[in-house]
Design a protein around this ligand. Sequence first.
Ligand code: ARG
Length: 569
Amino acid sequence: MDHCKEEISRVLAPLVMLEESRIAGLLEEPPAPEMGDLAFPCFTLAAQKKQSPAAIAAELGEALSGRRGECWEKAVARGPYLNFYLDYPVFSRDLLKKIYEAGSEYGRSNLGKGGAIVIDYSSPNICKPFGIGHIRSTVIGHALCLILEAQGYRTIGINHLGDWGTQFGKMIVAYERWGDDEKLQQDPVNYLYHLYVRFHQEAEKNDAFEEEARAWFKRLEDGEEEAVNYWQLFRRLSLENYDQIYDLLGIKFDYYHGESHYNDMLDDVIRMVQEKGVAVESEGALIVDLEKYGLPPAMLRKKDGATLYLTRDLAAAQYRHRTFNFVKALYVVGAEQKLHFQQMVKILELLGFSWAQDCIHIPFGLIRFKEGRMSTREGKMILLEEVLQKAINLAREIIEEKNPGLADKESAARMVGLGAVRFGDLSNDRVKDVEFDWDKVLDFSGETAAYIQYAHARICSILRRSGSADPAWSDEAIAALGREEEKALVKTLAAYPEKIEASAASYRPSILARYLVDVARDFNRFYHECPVLVDDPELRRARLLLILAVRQVLKNGLGLLGIAAPEEM
Ligand code: ARG
């Protein structure tokens, strides 16, 4: 489509005296197919020339009457618009051939030119189980890695584990008092979590616990062996559990640089903010006054000498810039941490780092199950593991019912179940809260992964039945396509690269996710009206090549969301 826009802009430029890029930006898609495929609105020009837009459109229509271009066959004025009609035989042939030849590369580009983008995502907190709240960061962050890579960036995925902080003091107190070695080995993460909850319950009744926890954390910060051993044990057991989840989701991080990774760099951060006069001592604490910028003061060191989450993020940002020389550093973290990242960026700016603005918080809303938001503290917690397992089980039941003869139900159930969870999240605009509804995310006819996967599997089945899973290309055959449903489908396929670009530019996987629903829907409309395995060999070949392209786009697109495309389900 871009290619056509360019051509049309070239043709219009001398007629309207606007720059080509300006014209390309003005071209829009008319609301109905009978109004053509690309429309040039004449309002801007009308204002300049003090003429009515309709008069200008008519004039342009006149000037282009009888002409055609490489990809368009006619231009007709209609009201204030000049409507261009694509030359479908040519447009379809070029597009489908391009997809056919590019295959899994279709939609990828080199816009990023290898620039490094650091993506800080998932980042659960040790000793707390991997809760459903972290699923959004995990799923969105992973999709962003895949999408940005497809745009030619070099992505660096970092899991900024919450592996340091006062919670370790609490855990040690709880473990020393009530801990049981055997239970810990049996089910480490849940058991640690159980202890964590217990600590909070007991601490409400007895202030001494909090004090004790602070003392333990201090010993940990001082590197005392006993404290460090506990910390290592808790960290290792938690990580082993997270890794099972990441394996299930097919996620690999480039680095597990948790908060503790920056311990050695904190003194430098403190020295730097002091030397540059960015922070001031206040009652023993170290504070950055951000009032001028409309932000509350930021604490970088408490009066007991302990550093904070923010101090470690300042160290991490500098380390990342030094190490990876990023063009962007993304933080895929819930919207509730907005202020934290505003403070971080502002302080980096005050420290004089020119790249401060390249650190970008990618916020997202809460995820709710019908039961309401889950908090670690209250002891009610939905575990991601359980959610994933439940999704797979439900998918298995549905497949069992719909397709009892399927050979490998287990792998289909996995693809569908995991896809449902991912897509249920990714298809929502990330800044909005998500309500997770099991019936909805697994609805085969709704706006779901299963709907898209089903279209993909259906195409695979048609291709199998056609006797050739890989029909050979034919320029001539494509001319047989001409039905409205076919045109609509071709046009939708053409939009794929733009959709990836838009997703990447706004860090919104939802744009791609919704687009894939459109592709599946257009395919279903087409298939409803246009049988593929017809007798006419040319038409059969043309339609097979068309659905082959649809399959490619669905597969490529799902892949960028981290979702598998089953051949049967
Ligand atoms: N562990 C944090 C949490 O669960 C998220 C860390 C996000 N990354 C960062 N660099 N601050 O809230």
